[in-house]
Design a protein around this ligand. Sequence first.
Ligand code: GDP
Ligand code: IMO
Ligand code: MG
Length: 423
Amino acid sequence: MAVDLLLGLQWGDEGKGKIVDVLTSNYNIIARFQGGPNAGHTLVFNGMKHVLHTIPSGIFHEDAVNLVGNGVVIDPVIFKNELDKLATQDVDYRKSLVISRKAHLILPTHRLLDAASEASKGKAKIGSTLKGIGPTYMDKTGRNGIRVGDLELDNWKEKYRALANKHESMVEFYNVDLEYNLEELETEFFKAVDVLKSLKFIDSEEYLHQALRDQKSILAEGAQGSLLDIDFGTYPFVTSSNTTAAGACTGLGIAPNSIGDVFGIFKAYTTRVGSGPFPTELFDEDGETMGRVGNEFGATTGRSRRCGWLDLVALRYACQVNGVTQLMMMKADVLSGFKSLKVCTAYNYKGNIIHHLPYNVEPENVTPIYTDFEGWKEDLTEMNNESILPNALNTYIDFLEKELQIPIKIVSVGPDRKQTIFR
Ligand code: GDP
Ligand code: IMO
Ligand code: MG
């Protein structure tokens, strides 16, 4: 069997959580491969909304194993909060949730370092979610990190103390106003670590290889989006992990030739939360409408998301970097009622027309070139079949498929599990 990948093609929040939930019944194992509690994956079913940060989005399906991979960074405090919420929903997570020993831990001082770093940057700040993601991955690549497997060692608290002390002096070095009570943060942290330790830790790469030998089906769940990738995103306004397909190999220990389908999720328009360039961003009524109708507020931080037209230059780039085999277009319903729509098909880059994502995408270098489309008025949210979609939407979809040369297999017309049209 192969491992299928599901990942976001824009700047995150494409609707990955919803689609993983929809697809889970086809898989034995759902495995998160990178990111941490900077992610907010929303699932809606039976009239209830659930937001997951670190726990894979297959957790509501009794028969699936949900695996937190080595590429993920875990904040025990946030993880415990997620578990507590699941317990109130009667989810038997002890049976279905396993954690890689090689996943790194976010310490309270990583969060402080994130805050201090952002404060010191002033206007140039990344707009980080302040969950400690950057500092934790820095400690991972700097070979200082503490991993889940360390919690099984007797001396892990000594290692913790040494690292936390170092972080404290680093926070001082930033010389910014930051009020905190480390003792309180640590009490909460150690309590949460005890809960984490009651879960099943595994050698996840071995577990997944055995699963493949046993003909089990695996879906790898990405977090963030391709344009936030540490290498291929709009650096430095990115996250600190590889959000693209290659990240699934390093974040789970699976080989490239074990990968089957690559499902690329995108919104019918574009959003971004945090700082950084966004060529098709709208500052007018259309952008305001997308934000309002699409309820574009961050699932993790509650910040309002910036909105704009679909950017095919960026989308083509993301499809290429990931080797996308099937596309899923989300939030088509949000575009109902627009008289006309625009899709960016090329950039005017310093006076030349280009079709690829250049090194500099700042507004002073790039002006989007648009193709116009007729809008549609129909409410899509009750539609459940491809055959009844409005003609104008079909024209929009056909155009994207032709431009990207990849089939759009799902059109999502609402947040609920059921509001999903298969093509
Ligand atoms: P993720 O991070 O990629 O999982 O996406 P988020 O959960 O952060 O953001 C997607 C938001 O859009 C959530 O509030 C979803 O409930 C919602 N959503 C997902 N698909 C659709 C859709 O087709 N239409 C509408 N209107 N909302 C959707
Ligand atoms: P999901 O999985 C949208 C953005 C932050 C910030 C930048 C760096 O829900 O799609 P970080 O905290 O990672 O250091 O922040 O990345 N960001 C996201 N934006 N969706 C996410 O995850 C994000 N995770 C991080 O807003 O601009
Ligand atoms: Mg999200």
